[in-house]
Design a protein around this ligand. Structure first.
Ligand SMILES: Nc1ncnc2c1ncn2[C@@H]1O[C@H](COP(=O)(O)OP(=O)(O)O)[C@@H](O)[C@H]1O
Ligand SMILES: [Mg+2]
Length: 234
């Protein structure tokens, strides 16, 4: 199978600070890949450099076996979706108008999240935090991207909303062949729907593997170790 997105030896940072050091990863059609790592590990910087929103100091990014188009809007047109960690809905606009800001329209969004139909005419700023993230993901999925990069969609949300969001991603991967790269703090919930994972710390990938081979425990131990904490509390 050939990768939708392939990152090879990517480095980036800010001034003197190297945030991502020679990271390589790949993403294939129909798979959900989780990207884990403690705060400051470089997850956001890696996504930003991958999509071309941060300068690449070294390495390359391929989109469907060719150099990834730049700038970002050309990559988006080629089929990449990106949900940044900054919430990107417009509070003063209705849910409906927020959906119309995307390229997928309203029906495509409602196909994933029919519950938004009840809120189409409300200002998005009056939706709950969970509903706002559902709106954000609905808009991204409605555009029918080939690959979707998502940065901490579920931060601070109720468990049932997190399940709803993650479940929609799994379904899009299974039914549409969407490739998902998901930054997520809730390791177990993410592993429950992911095919593979990468663990990043200090800008490098310290562990990678298959999600189903790992009930969470080994990864959590690696996670704690990567932060310099012994898993057994010692
Ligand atoms: N705009 C910025 N300017 C300077 N340093 C930054 C900036 N954004 C992030 N960093 C630094 O880059 C490193 C990686 O950050 P980030 O990619 O946000 O990690 P994560 O998303 O895993 O929490 C951290 O040391 C962070 O302090
Ligand atoms: Mg981040």
């Amino acid at each position: 199978m050939s990768a939708v997105l392939e990152v090879d030896g990517l480095s980036t940072g800010y001034g003197e600070l190297t945030a991502v050091r020679e990271v390589s990863l790949h993403l294939e059609a129909g798979e959900v890949v989780a990207l884990f790592g403690p705060n400051g590990a470089g997850k956001t910087s890696l996504l930003l450099a991958t999509v071309g929103a941060l300068p690449r100091w070294a390495g390359s990014v391929a989109w469907e076996d060719a150099p990834a188009p730049r700038p970002l809007h050309r990559l988006v047109r080629a089929g990449l979706g990106f949900v940044p960690d900054q919430r990107s809905i417009v509070s003063s606009l209705s849910t409906r108008d927020n959906l119309l800001l995307g390229s997928g329209g309203i029906d495509g969004a409602l196909a994933y999240f029919p519950e938004l139909a009840d809120h189409l005419h409300r200002p998005a700023g009056l939706l709950s935090g969970g509903q706002q993230q559902i709106l954000t993901l609905a808009r991204a999925l409605a555009a029918r991207p080939r690959a979707l990069l998502i940065d901490e969609l579920s931060l601070g949300l109720a468990p049932q909303v997190v399940e709803r969001l993650l479940g929609a991603l799994r379904r899009a991967a299974d039914e549409e062949g969407l490739a998902v790269l998901l930054v997520e703090q809730q390791i177990r919930r993410a592993l429950a729907i992911a095919d593979r994972f990468y663990l990043l710390n200090h800008g490098v990938i310290v562990t990678a593997g298959e999600a189903h081979e790992d009930g969470g425990t080994a990864l959590e131990e690696a996670y704690l170790e990567s932060m310099g904490i012994s898993p057994d509390g010692g």
